[in-house]
Design a protein around this ligand. Sequence first.
Ligand code: 3PG
Ligand code: MG
Length: 398
Amino acid sequence: MPRFRTLDDLDVARKRVLLRADLNVPVKDGQVSDATRIERLAPTIENLVGREARVVVMSHFGRPKGVDPTQSLRPIVPALSAAIGGRRVEFATDCIGPEAKKVVDALPPGGVALLENLRFHPEEEANDEGFAKALAELGDLYVDDAFSAAHRAHASIAALARLLPSAAGKNMQAELEALSAALESPQHPVMAMIGGSKISTKLDLLKFIIGKADRVAIGGAMANTFLAAQGRPIGRSLSEPDLLDTARQIMYAAADRGCSVILPDDAVTAEKLEPGAVTRTVGVTAVPMNAMILDVGPQTVARITAALADSKTLVWNGPIGAFETPPFERATVAIAKSVAELTKSGQLMSVAGGGDTVAALAMAGVTDDLTYVSTAGGAFLEWLEGRELPGVAALSIA
Ligand code: 3PG
Ligand code: MG
């Protein structure tokens, strides 16, 4: 794990602390519909406020092209305030320049302000040095607590970290510690569980993970391509016919590296992906021509569960079936519950991440029972690909 400073290493009293957060949260009808990222940020703000810092929160929101009132961070203020015990949060209508300076200058020790969407300035995504300097004028210290945006080499993440004394916030620190415990110095056997619909988006991840894990279970529609590569009938299942060779290469490479690959033995099939569809559970050698594989069957669940029970570390990304459409959530939910039980009994250290995976864990009611659940999507995936994240690199100290 790269070395980085933490909040404890900064003397923050009465200083202006620029806090890079990821407040890119889902909003429906003007209300925050999932406040997880805001709640995870709260301990860092409370730590800083408790030490009399003047806290200046900045974030991106959505992907606006220039100033776009529909992508303002202002509607997030009430949720941010609620997450920090109702403490007042000032709002600046721009993230740089006189508007921002006025709000920051008026901030008392222990005060909190939120700056408007960083991406209203195209210079943010361009990692522009001048823009980073304009941000740096608003702070004495820099804290990055946005692991979920650490895969973006943007000005508030990369360039700015080098202009001010910097440290990781508590959330960033927890993410980095959990991910390195799972991949850098894990207890073996290490199991990876990779699902989702496409191999094409997870090729680099699979290639990296087979060098780290002792076993990898593959689920979701991704598994269909592997089954087809082995000459299994997959009917009308979603698959990537162009990637059959790639799937075979991954299997060979895994064998070479001593990583066993667990593919489905049986499948829950249906003719249509719709709620309450008529299903047939069959062995993977007997998938009917007009059917689609939409979940793994009970034999496969049992095999995965047994592998989990024999593992010390789990990294999980991607659902095992079409979990958004009942009854195709069954395997994912059953497996999530096993992961939770094994973790609670101290037998398994479990790390999961990615939007769909987090939704599946919530559906199974076990979000709080895993060792660590990352709020990051893209950044979590890039970490699992073994890539250096710009936001992490920028915090690293020699
Ligand atoms: C996310 O929500 O995944 C992060 O905030 C990054 O957002 P982006 O994909 O728009 O850069
Ligand atoms: Mg994203």
